[in-house]
Ligand binder design. Structure first.
Ligand SMILES: [Zn+2]
Length: 329
């Protein structure tokens, strides 16, 4: 069980049970296509497959051996990533010819060598035909992992040589488990909303959560700065929330504000908080401990009321007034 959790730490592929089983079984097909939208786990799965091919332990990929670590860091000499060159819009046929020639050379340190071909949908027909030659009769040590957004951009002859896995969206349960591990600080409701908006794919869900969090965290920091400056104007600007702000987002703002005030209390008591914010230091400098505790209570009260049926925009204005009241402005 412990090796399973270590494995998922280094190659966190969520859901996709059939593919995960295939990787655990050693993933010994010589050519695999991983098909799915961006953020669906294709690259993680490809790295995991590649690690399984070079791993030195019986249980592959173990996630612990030198080969797995190099694979995870993108530093294994027998794993080569083929991407669209920066100045091009497609993988050129020359690059595929180079891969084809190189594939016959024995691996340097592992038993196998792996080519991960990103954006395989950009391969023109002649480039795919060039690839097909090595897929038809690959040397025993060579493995190919093709990553693509569109399965139908690949020739049927290429697909017929590959084992095709379509990345699956995560169920609500799998998604919550994944996001809880990756974003433990986000509210479960925010994680569920992000996962639903991202249609079950972790990558875009993480981006949504990051965006929300950045905006709300910034608002909380601005609000704290406004309090430290005793500026009702700055506070009001910070507490002005866009129309589409959800309760979850408002919750993030309140949580962040609570963390900042808690850090200010720590500083005031002569302790060093884990994550000192400049705003917390300024609050501690300019406020008494009693005032900080009253501000904390005010935010906590707002937190408990945030679950009621009040619009976050209205609640934020009320909070701002209550905080200004404590600051006697
Ligand atoms: Zn290993």
């Amino acid at each position: 069980m412990s090796s399973t959790s270590k494995r998922s730490d280094i190659f966190p592929l969520y859901g996709n049970r059939r593919l995960a089983r295939y990787i655990r079984s050693g993933g010994d097909g010589q050519a695999v296509v991983l098909c799915g939208p961006e953020g669906s786990g294709r690259h993680t799965a490809a790295r995991s497959l590649a690690a399984a091919a070079v791993c030195m332990s019986p249980e592959k990929p173990c996630g612990n051996c030198a080969a797995c670590r190099k694979a995870a860091a993108g530093e294994h000499q027998d794993i080569r990533l083929i991407s669209v060159p920066e100045d091009k819009t497609a993988i050129p046929v020359e690059l595929i010819r180079e891969v084809r020639a190189e594939a016959y050379i024995r691996p340097g340190e592992a038993e196998n060598k792996v080519y991960i071909i990103e954006s395989a949908e950009t391969l023109k027909e002649y480039a795919q035909n060039a690839l097909l030659k090595v897929l038809e009769e690959p040397p025993a040590h060579a493995r190919f992992v093709l990553i693509t957004e569109q399965e139908d951009a690949l020739l049927p002859t290429v697909l017929s040589r590959c084992r095709v896995f379509r990345m699956e969206p995560l169920s609500a349960e799998e998604g919550e488990a994944a996001l809880a591990a990756l974003r433990p600080a986000a509210a479960p409701e925010a994680r569920a909303a992000a996962l639903a908006a991202a249609e079950g794919y972790v990558g875009p869900a993480l981006r949504l959560l990051a965006d929300d969090r950045r905006r709300e965290v910034a608002a909380a920091l601005d609000l704290a700065r406004g309090m430290a400056n005793r500026s009702e104007h700055e506070m009001a600007l910070a507490a002005f929330l866009p129309d589409k702000t959800s309760r979850e987002q408002y919750g993030t703002l309140l949580d962040t504000l609570t963390e900042i005030i808690a850090a200010a209390v720590e500083i005031k008591c002569g302790r060093r908080p884990a994550a000192p914010a400049e705003e917390a230091e300024r609050m501690a400098e300019s406020m008494s401990l009693g005032l900080l505790l009253r501000l904390r209570d005010t935010v906590e009260k707002a937190r408990s009321e945030a679950n009621f049926n009040i619009r976050p925009q209205t609640a934020a204005v009320a909070l701002c007034a209550a905080l200004a009241g404590e600051l006697s402005m």
